[in-house]
Every structure is written in structure tokens, then in C-alpha cells.
Design a protein around this ligand. Sequence first.
Ligand code: DUC
Ligand code: ZN
Ligand code: ZN
Length: 456
Amino acid sequence: MDLVIKNGTIITATDTYKADIAVEDGKIIMIGKNITQTEGAKLVDASGKYVLPGAIDAHTHLEMPFGGTTSADSYEAGTRAAACGGVTTVFDFVIQRKGQGLIEAVEGRRTICDPQACVDYSFHTAITDLTPEILEEMKESVEYGVPSFKLFMVYKKEGLMVDDGVLAKALEKSKDIGALIAVHAENPDLIDMRIEKFLSEGKTSAWYHYLSRPEFVEAEANKRAIHWAKAFDAPLYIVHLANKEGLEEVTKARNEGYEIYAETCPQYLHFTNEVYKREDGRNFVCSPPIKGKESQEALWKGILNGSIQTVATDHCPFQSYEKDWGKDDFTKIPNGCMGIENLYPYMLSEANKGRISFNKVVEVCSTNVAKIFGCAPQKGTIAAGSDADIVIYDPNKKFVVSKENMHSDVDHTIWEGIELKGYPVMTFSRGKLVYKDGQFLGTPGHGQFIKCKGRK
Ligand code: DUC
Ligand code: ZN
Ligand code: ZN
């Protein structure tokens, strides 16, 4: 054995109990009482601490060309920050360029990720060009280990958007081959119409980013995507759900027995649309935008009652000077916010303050992600045979988020000044200590590509 973690309280999605954990060759080999450390094994005393599975961020955009620039965190910086926030697996988006094959796109991205990744990673592929050949290649991608595909229902000008015909085809195909279709759901025509109106009226502040894509703009697309998923009886995963009405449709479809999943993000749970009235409102510009209080409350309820299955970040940061491009015109603000290092600490702090249970946080930030995207039980839990992706959490540690104590390459954070109750003190990635007490201790290249299983 290489490592023993003793005297901690293990928290999984379903259980909370005191036990020791033995790790060998990157795997958990034993969980039990009074495990004796063999010679040469490292000992970690977790007395008074919680021992959790590492979080799995189901939604990141690392070094992604977008908004006239490239998102500010490279794979190295993003996965370094991930490790320091207790995230041990990252699902990033591969964007298929027009005319590009799916496996070609994934392999191209792997060559960039492999030398940089500090924690394990996997992919969803965003299909932007669904030719008959690509439709056939989806099956190969499932077999390759990338069984999830994202379709953008917006971003026409950026060349990412697909129409309903493509969505329908992909959903129909996904059912046959055991793939999962994910959607970014907003209505592009409504957005364009509203942007044109606001700009013509000289309404250019970040508040009009929100007003150009308010609750009903997202809800319409949620409903449309769910309608198609139901029509083809195909599973559907709605990324970054941020509004109440859309969530109600998810709940309804789930109650009818359809396999519809919803993900939300910490920025929608903590902030409201009021942030867009702030002087630095542009820093919070992401799409879908952060909604009003009623939606925020509905999202928390959705997590508690199981209508929302995952919480992930949509980590897509831009530097201040890039956000400043839109100081006088919200349409020029690159869309995206940071959160990869804040996801688990924020959600765990909410548990520590009594809003939800720790088990629920583990469920939505780790276990459900692994199950939905096909890497359980290797990932997403603390069990014999699983990867030793482990976070040691000190429930008594106070932490105030600041740009200075974050580990990404971005020069600001929307989480500045947020006070957290409790904080991760160690992160292990396959048994290797990659973070301790504020210090990143990992190495680029340690992270491995995780092949996911399809649904068949
Ligand atoms: N939304 C964002 O805010 N950024 C990246 C892509 C997305 O859909
Ligand atoms: Zn999106
Ligand atoms: Zn996204």
C-alpha cells in the first residue's frame, strides 16, 4: 500500500461513516476500521476532517476560442485550479470545426491536454456540422470513450448553433447508439430581436445582456429541447439550466418517466441578475445569464428534490481587459465566468451552513456526474476499486475567496470576497497529493484521459 488516510469521516452520496482508507497504485484498495499502515506507506491523519470523493466538473471550456479571443485558462491553469478546489476530473468541451471528424477533433484536443492536465479529464464533443458521415461517426465516438455530445441552440454568428432538424437527428441517433445529447438551450431569434432593439435605443450596459436573454428566452428553448427528446424517447441533458420555468418542464418530463437531466451552476445559485447593475457587471456576463431571485430559489429546490442532478461550473473565464471590450456595449463582452476552483468549496460551505446535506453535494458534484456520463464507479465515489480521487475537507477552516488565493491564470474572480465556512485542505488525484493547504503540488501531464462508457 502507498497511502493510508486514517480517522476521517467518509462522506459519499449515500453514507457518512468513520473509517480508514488504504490506497495502492492510484486505487482505493480497502476501507475499514483500524487499517494498519504497511512499511513505506504515507500516513494522513484526517481526524476532525471529512473525506470526500473528488468533485467532477461536468462542464468547462479551457483554452477555447470564443468571443473573439480564447478563454483565459489553459488546460494546465484550469486543471491546476481544479485540483486546488477539490475537482479531480474535468469534462471539457471539444468543438468540432466545420468539416472536421469527431474522433479527429477529440484526438487533436488530447494532444493539447495530455501534457498539460494536472487532474484527469474527459470530453463532451460539441457537434457544429452534422453531416451524414458525422451522424455515422457518433457511434465510433461512443466506442472511443466520448459518448456525450453537446448541441448549441444559440451562437449562430460564432458558427456553433444547430437548428431543430439537427437536434432531432442527433437525438434520434443517440438513442440507437447509447449516446447522450446535451444542449445549451436559449432561443436565438428572440435574443437577436431584443439585442437589436436595445442597441437602437442606446441601452448598452451589462444589464441589457440579462434583458436580451431573460427567463422566458431560456425557458422556451428548454421546452423545445425536451419536446424533441420526448418525441424520440431519447435521453437529454440540459447544461447550465438557470430558470424556474424550464426547470418545471424538466420536473414534469421526469415525472412522466423521461430520462431528462438538468445541470445548474454555482453562479446561478449564489448571485442574482442584480449583479448586472453593478459597475463590474460585465465580469458576470455569461450565457445563459444569471436570473432573478425566483429562479435562484427554484434551482436550490430542484437540487434538494432531485429535479436537478448535477452542479457544474461552465468555467470559461476571460481577463479583465477582454471583459472591458464590452464596457460600452454588452454585445462585445466575451461570455463566460470562472468557477472551477469555487464549485466544491462553495457547495460544501452551503452544506456546512445547513442549506443542504454534504451527501447531496457529493451526489450532485461528483457521483451523479460519473453515473450520467459513464465513468462510474471508477470516478465519483469512495469505494474499494475506485480511483483514489479524494478530498480532505476541514469543516472548521474559514476562507475568503480572493484573486490572490486562487490558482488559475485569470486576473480577477466573480467570487471575490465570498466567505466560506470550511475548505478543502488536501486533494489526491489517483493517490497523488496535488494540493495541500493553499499550495498546488501537482504536475502537468499527471492527468489522464478518462474513457467513458455509452449507455448500452
Ligand atoms: N456560455 C458562456 O457563458 N461561455 C461559454 C459558452 C457558453 O455557452
Ligand atoms: Zn453553453
Ligand atoms: Zn458552456
